[in-house]
Design a protein around this ligand. Structure first.
Ligand SMILES: O=C1O[C@H](COP(=O)(O)O)[C@@H](O)[C@H](O)[C@H]1O
Length: 263
């Protein structure tokens, strides 16, 4: 590993949410300065809830709020199910965050869900999502990889992130931006996911992991040789100090990796 990631840990959900807010808004600010748009990849699982708590909080100044009208939101992974299905990451984000944005105050983000037309063909769904990325991030032949301003990732109890699972051959994919998986060990089995090279190329990467259920895997990822080979560990290894981990104390109990309690 080059420079190590930064590990933040907070006592409760509201402290964690305000730190995530501060971090995301500082990445928003940097992206808007760079190119006038904030391109974000979001995950499903437990993340959208924390994200909503972070971003929907009232603020007193214009400088300190999410300028959603300048956001382009993509999915780090998605399940191959209808967009209104219980397992859909889009549905989760919509219910937790998108539907709750007071758009007259914050504006409306541009959201890029998967195309339901391809539910019967998961490879085609991945190819089409890659085309969506191509048309947003410039032609495939002119940029080697899409450059997300920020990827917001989860960490499963097995160390998976996006729909990149431990030991899965998809971890070795070096060309495609967007991959399909038909044998996900966590249901549902059919999904699409950003590839590891795309994840590693992002300007910034933030993991959000909370609760005692994550403490064993975080210890492994942050402290053991084996953990470095897990998908989350590979992100730490490959992206180094572009990576920040936002956790609560329960998730890092017993973890000796140095941690910070403020940004
Ligand atoms: O299946 C998935 O799981 C991961 C981790 O979820 P969590 O509930 O343990 O935080 C999530 O990041 C991914 O987007 C999702 O499809």
């Amino acid at each position: 590993m080059g420079k190590p990631p930064t590990l933040y840990s907070f006592g409760d959900a509201s402290e964690l949410a305000s730190a995530v807010r501060k971090y995301v808004l500082s990445q928003q600010h940097a992206a808007l300065e760079r190119h006038g748009v904030f391109r974000v990849g979001v995950s499903g699982g437990s993340l959208p809830k924390t994200l909503a708590q972070a971003l929907l909080a009232k603020s007193s100044s214009d400088d300190d709020k999410a300028q959603f009208s300048k956001w382009e939101i993509f999915f780090c992974d998605e399940r191959c199910v209808p967009l209104n299905h219980e397992d859909s990451n889009y549905k989760l984000l919509k219910e937790e965050l998108l539907d709750k944005i007071p758009t007259e105050e914050f504006g409306q983000p541009k959201v890029f869900p998967v195309d339901e037309k391809y539910l019967d063909d998961v490879q085609e769904m991945a190819d089409q999502y890659e085309k969506t990325l191509v048309s947003t991030f410039a032609a495939r032949d002119s940029v080697k990889l899409p450059l997300f301003d920020l990827l917001l990732l989860g960490c499963g109890p097995d160390g998976h992130t996006c729909s990149l699972f431990p030991g899965h051959p998809l971890l070795r994919e070096s060309d495609a931006w967007c991959l399909s998986i038909s044998d996900s060990p966590k249901p549902p089995p059919k999904r699409i996911t950003l590839s590891l090279p795309v994840v590693l190329h992002a300007s910034k990467i933030a993991f959000i992991a909370t609760g005692a259920g994550k403490k064993e895997i975080l210890k492994q990822i942050l402290e053991s040789e084996d953990g470095r080979a897990l998908p989350c560990g590979l992100v730490n290894e490959g992206a180094g100090d572009k990576v920040s981990w936002f956790t609560d104390h329960a998730a890092v109990e017993g973890v000796s990796f140095p941690r910070r309690s403020s940004l």
